[in-house]
Design a protein around this ligand. Structure first.
Ligand SMILES: Cc1ncc(COP(=O)(O)O)c(C=O)c1O
Length: 493
């Protein structure tokens, strides 16, 4: 049994927001810029990233809201001047506003007795030890005034190709674009179908539309959440021109089985490895271990900030061993022209920025270590959920593992009973979490014309009702994990 009691608040924490003045001050810190906050306060909030508007005054999108919740700790820092970036937070009970998950205004006005927040992701903790190195790398780009593709991007592409074990790496503007460019580089277009999973991020399916093709879906394996090869084979039709498995949450799909099906049907495989850069797959067929993204014909990565290798904005990259495909990828990312102003094809403007490449080059050598940290945290959760009785009690189902894949846990995702009630419980207690994904792709409104209905792909639909992802980032402390497990245990008690 794990020790699920908490030590008393560490003495150096200002455990209580004591005076009315302190409480009002804290309250003001969480009002929107439209509310009565002065300019200096607003500037300070902007520096801390807690304002409700973007710096240009426009409202935040849901994406930004979501990112903010995922990095919710930054709000807490405004309240907690003793917080030392990069150092573990001592768990403990304090009287504090629950700021990490966006409390209602009514709740915000009253101090509550809650625990220190545990964010879903803490990007600042990762940034802190690399701060100087990253600033130096960015400074170099700025001094060179070379911002789009160029030497820094080429160096990053070479580093990443070496890391992944691919012959070619082609940087582009996002993981979404990497998928679009990959399909286009293989000649997938109007009249074609791209067969993929319904349980993934939107781009996995939208990329097909963007090249004029249509997505088609096969159901998932209940344990790993990845495509079930048997379902995949059953869904192959006369129009299927590409298979698009996703290595969801950081674990490879069953690529030996999928590769065998692809070969038999003569269909290329594009791997959506947006969440799995660095994951390994022990291929029995090839008698070697390969990195995610290098097992099929083209592999696609995302450098969205919340990915295991996250940039300072959007970025993506495609890898391939095939020279002709690489050439196509390079052409299509710059308007389809080999020479400036001479275009044999219509391509895209989708290039990786040098500043992103500079940041990613600094981070890449740390990626395997971070992935090991995530895997260690996942293992600790597994043990503690087992020990808590939640698994035996049927309240919680642990993430399923595929023996052949090293899981790098971009997300630690459970199936749970009464998921939405649990969400409310965690939200009220400042425990960061998210649902990836609440709606399966085949039931998205924009894909209604494809003809799928509720019940078409029952496993994916059930996963959407049951999953919840918990904080698993490498800097997460055992104390924080203990809080997460304890709060979930308290909910089912
Ligand atoms: C599985 C999957 N595919 C594709 C993408 C798209 O990547 P990006 O956000 O860089 O466009 C993501 C990003 O969230 C993803 O998780």
């Amino acid at each position: 049994m794990i020790p699920l009691s908490f030590p008393a608040a560490a003495p150096e924490l200002p455990a209580v927001l004591q005076s009315d003045e302190q409480i009002q001050q804290a309250d003001r810190a969480h009002r929107t810029p439209d509310e009565a906050v002065g300019q200096p306060r607003r500037d300070a909030m902007r520096r801390e990233g807690v304002d409700r508007l973007l710096p240009d005054g426009s409202p935040r999108s849901d994406d930004q809201e979501d990112t903010e919740q995922r990095v919710g700790i930054k709000r807490q820092r405004v309240l907690d001047p003793t917080f030392h970036r990069g150092s573990p937070r001592p768990p403990g009970r304090v009287v504090r506003y629950n700021t990490a998950v966006g409390p209602s205004p009514a709740v915000r006005r009253q101090p509550q007795e809650i625990d220190v927040s545990v964010p879903l992701l803490d990007l600042k903790a990762q940034f802190e030890p690399l701060r100087e190195e990253i600033y130096d790398a960015i400074r170099e780009v700025v001094e060179a005034q070379s911002f789009v593709l160029g030497a820094t991007v080429e160096r990053f592409e070479a580093d990443l190709a070496r890391f992944a074990g691919a012959r070619h790496a082609v940087g582009c503007a996002s993981g979404t674009d990497a998928l679009i460019l990959a399909l286009a580089s293989l000649g997938v277009g109007p009249g074609d179908e791209v067969l993929t999973t319904p349980f993934s991020f939107f781009s996995t399916a939208s990329c097909a539309y963007k090249v004029g093709a249509r997505p088609a879906f096969a159901d998932i394996d209940e344990g790993t959440f990845n495509l079930d090869p048997a379902q995949l084979e059953r869904a192959i039709g006369p129009k299927t021109r590409a298979l698009l498995p996703v290595h969801l949450f950081g674990q490879c799909a069953d690529m030996d089985a999928i590769g065998e099906i692809a070969t038999r049907h003569g269909i290329p495989v594009i791997e959506d490895a947006a969440q799995a850069l660095g994951a390994g797959y022990r291929s029995a067929e090839r008698e070697t271990t390969l990195r995610a993204g290098t097992i099929g014909d083209v592999g696609c990565y995302s450098f969205f900030p919340s990915k295991n290798l996250g940039g300072f904005g959007d970025g993506g990259l495609a890898v391939t061993d095939d020279d002709a495909t690489a050439e196509q990828l390079r052409l299509l990312r710059v308007h389809g022209g080999r020479q400036m102003y001479e275009h044999r094809q219509v391509g895209w403007n989708s290039r990786l920025d040098a500043i992103q490449a500079a940041v990613l080059r600094v981070k890449l050598p740390h990626l395997d270590g971070w992935s090991r940290g995530r895997a260690a945290n996942a293992e600790r959760y597994d043990h503690w959920f087992e020990d808590s009785g939640l698994v035996a009690g049927g309240h919680v189902r642990l993430p399923g593992k595929l023996d052949r894949s090293t899981h790098i846990f971009n997300q630690y995702t459970l199936r749970v009973e009464r998921r939405d009630d649990l969400r409310g419980h965690l939200q009220a207690r400042g425990i960061g979490h998210s649902v990836y994904y609440p709606v399966p792709l085949h039931l998205q409104e924009c894909f209604a014309e494809l003809g799928y209905t509720e019940g078409s792909l029952p496993r994916a639909e059930q996963a959407c009702r049951e999953v919840i992802s918990l904080p698993v980032y490498p800097e997460l402390t055992p104390g924080e994990q203990e809080r997460v497990v304890e709060e979930i245990r308290a909910f089912y008690r």
